[in-house]
Structures are given as C-alpha cells and as structure tokens.
Design a binder for this molecule. Structure first.
Ligand code: F6R
Length: 261
C-alpha cells in the first residue's frame, strides 16, 4: 500500500523529501539514485545542496540516473534536462562526473542509447531509490497515458497536455518550442527501483494524485501502476492532496515524524 505524507506547503515538502533522501544516503553511502527534473524538485535539490554544504550528506559514492531527456536538444541547451541537473544539483555537490548518467537526446541511434542506459542501470545492481514528479495527466517520467506497464527506456511522444505544461513560461517560453519527443525510462524500468518517492505540489496535481491513489491501476493514468510497487511513498502538499477521499482506504497516511534522517 502506498504511504502518503501530507505537508502544509511546498517548502515543507522539500524539507521532508530531502530528509527522506538523506536518511537513505546515510544508511547506504553508495546509493543508486533515480532523479527527476521539473518545477517540483527544484526546492528539493536546493535542500539537498544545503545539507551537503552543511556536511550532513556526501555524494562521493552516489550514482545517479535521470529519468528522461528531450530528443533533439544538445546537452548544453539551456532547456535540456542535463543543464537543469547541473544548474540545480550536480554543480553544487561532490558527485564524480563518471557517476552521473543522463540520456543523450542527440543520440543518432536512440534504440541503442536506451538499451545502453538499461544496461548501465543493471550494471550498478539497480536503482535503490527513484524520485518522481507527476504530470497533471498522471504521467511519470515521460510515460504518458496509454504507456504500457511493461515499457522500458525508449523514445516517446509527449502528449499535448505535457507540451502545454512545459511551454507555460517556466521552462520554455511557449509550447511551439517544446520538443515533441523524449527518451524516457519506461514504467517497468521505474517499477524495478527498490524504493520510489513521488512528490507533488499544488492544486493542478490534485486530480492526478486522487486517481493515482484511488482508481484501479490502468494505463489511462500511468502513476496508478505505483499502487503495485512494494515500497512507494508519496509526499504531497495540502493542495495536491485536496481531492483525496479519506473514507476510501487505498493508501496509508503516515506522519512526517516517521521520516528518519
Ligand atoms: C521530469 C519528469 C516529469 C515531471 C513531471 C512534473 O524528469 O519526468 O514526469 O516530473 O512532468 O513536472 P513539474 O514538477 O514541472 O510539475
């Protein structure tokens, strides 16, 4: 059953999520971490950087795999996910460059790029903790509605809703300049992580969160497949949790106090 932690606001959520990750890192210094990009994780990454600078956590032995990258954007393009990751996290911590794995959206042979990524994940022994955001259409990584439960890393088409969400001025200035394709870990790749932490903030995510937790798993809403994962936690702010029906017991609410750093 998915564990749910509800925090009052997005700032508290970032602190709670960083505490969760710090706890896993202290137990396992060579953690293999799956990472997401997007607005939701920006504050989380600044909290992780703060903890690193305060000497609380160390990334020297950590390995990372990012979920996805836009097809056709060079790695140093201002809107590439590689640029995002260095700007918000990697440039500020002591992770060795060779431990960072990002999909190459410029790869000529995308099938090979995706296959090699899966091989690299397997070679580390698999992802210990996968961080996820969620699209307002319920996507995880770029697994849009209709993506198969057994999908693996591959080239995908972004849905119109995702193109509109990412072209709203936060990242791309309008939807005409948002790439239409990406390389993305598949649902099966994500489900193989030993533990999953999904974060969601704001009322725009509340319907997707309700459906992910309270509707039967289906490819209409890819995040609903997480119900079948053995160790999945959602950290939500109050707005993202606002449509949950507490009478329908499909998840377990746990207190923030139970996150141990
Ligand atoms: C990003 C990713 C996406 C985002 C999701 C939420 O690597 O895989 O699934 O997590 O689109 O994005 P934000 O946080 O910008 O709302």
């Amino acid at each position: 059953m998915i564990k749910v932690i509800i925090t009052p606001d997005a700032h508290t959520l970032a602190i709670a999520a960083s505490q969760f990750i710090a706890g896993r890192l202290l137990r396992r210094p060579n953690l293999v971490l799956g990472l997401a990009t997007g607005g939701t994780v920006i504050d989380l990454y600044s909290e992780l950087v703060r903890r690193y600078k305060a000497g609380e956590i160390d990334f020297n032995h950590v390995t990372t795999f990012n979920l996805d990258e836009y097809v056709g954007l060079p790695p140093y393009h201002p809107q590439s996910y590689q640029t995002f990751m260095f700007k918000h996290l990697f440039s500020h911590i002591n992770i060795p460059r060779s431990h960072i794995h990002l999909l190459n959206g410029m790869a000529q042979d995308t099938k090979r790029e995706c296959r090699d990524y899966e091989t690299a994940i397997a070679a580390t022994g698999g992802i210990d903790l996968q961080i996820l955001g969620i699209g307002r259409n319920g996507h995880i990584a770029f697994n849009e509605p209709g993506a198969k439960r057994n999908s693996r890393t591959r080239k995908v088409r972004l849905s119109d809703d995702t193109i509109a969400a990412n072209g709203d001025g936060r990242f791309f200035k309008n939807s005409n300049v948002v790439p239409h394709e990406a390389l993305s870990m598949g649902i099966e790749t994500i489900m193989e992580a030993r533990e999953i932490l999904l974060l969601a903030t704001g009322s725009g995510k509340s319907l997707a969160i309700k459906r992910a937790l309270q509707e039967p798993p289906s490819d209409d809403l890819p995040a609903s497949f997480l119900q079948t994962h053995p160790a999945c936690t959602f950290i939500l702010d109050r707005e993202a949790s606002s449509l949950l029906n507490n009478q329908q017991v499909t998840f377990e609410i746990i207190s923030h106090e139970r996150i141990r750093a």
